[in-house]
Design a protein around this ligand. Structure first.
Ligand SMILES: [Zn+2]
Ligand SMILES: [Zn+2]
Length: 169
C-alpha cells in the first residue's frame, strides 16, 4: 500500500504518523512456526527542513524453532526503524535511503524489507544455547550426554566419510 506524502513534502516541520499491519504470509521464515498476530509497524514520518525521515518500530511476537537445539520458543522482536526517504536517487553512491515513487511511499515494502533484514540472523532459544550433541543428538542444555568429547564437529564428519570409504573398498 502507498501513503501519499504530498502534504508532508509541502510543509517543512510537519509530521505524519503511521501504523501498518504487516502480512504474516509474506513474512514466512523457516525458523518461525507462527506469529501471535500480524507484526505491526508504527511510527512517524517527519519533514525536517525538507528532509524526510521515517522513525518507528516494528513489533512482532512469534513462535520460533531454535537453530541449534530445534526446541520451540517464544520470541518478541522489536525492530527500530530510522530511514531517510528520498523523492529521487540523488546520489547513486549512497543508496542509504528509501526511494519514493513520486510522492508515494510504499510503506509495506519498507516495513517488510526492514523486518526481513532483521530476521537474517540466527534464531536461538537463548544466546548461549548449547545445541545438540553431534554424536547422540541429546539436547546439551539438559546437561552433558556422556558421549566422549568431540573436539570439532567437522572432524566427526570427516571420520564418517573415512568410514564410508572403508566400506566401499
Ligand atoms: Zn536452543
Ligand atoms: Zn552425546
Amino acid at each position: 500500500m502507498g501513503i501519499n506524502l504530498h502534504e508532508l513534502i509541502q510543509k517543512p516541520g510537519s509530521s505524519l504518523p503511521f501504523r501498518r499491519e504487516l502480512s504474516a504470509e509474506r513474512l514466512d521464515f523457516p525458523a518461525v512456526t507462527e506469529y501471535d498476530a500480524p507484526p505491526v509497524g508504527e511510527g512517524v514520518i517527519v519533514n525536517n527542513a525538507g528532509a524526510l525521515t521515517l522513525r518507528g518500530t516494528i513489533r512482532a511476537g512469534m513462535r520460533c524453532v531454535c537453530d541449534r537445539c530445534a526446541r520451540e520458543f517464544h520470541a518478541d522482536a522489536e525492530i527500530p526503524l530510522e530511514t531517510a526517504l528520498a523523492t529521487e536517487l540523488e546520489d547513486e553512491e549512497n543508496p542509504d535511503f528509501f526511494l519514493l515513487s513520486g510522492e508515494d511511499l510504499d510503506i509495506d515494502d519498507l516495513l517488510e524489507t526492514a523486518f526481513i533484514l532483521n530476521m537474517d540472523t540466527q534464531m536461538l532459544c537463548r544466546e548461549d544455547c548449547k545445541g545438540l550433541c553431534p554424536q547422540c543428538g541429546a539436547d546439551l542444555n539438559d546437561g552433558p550426554c556422556g558421549c566422549k568429547k568431540e573436539s570439532d564437529p567437522r572432524l566427526a564428519v570427516l571420520g564418517q566419510l573415512l568410514d564410508d570409504i572403508d566400506q566401499t573398498f
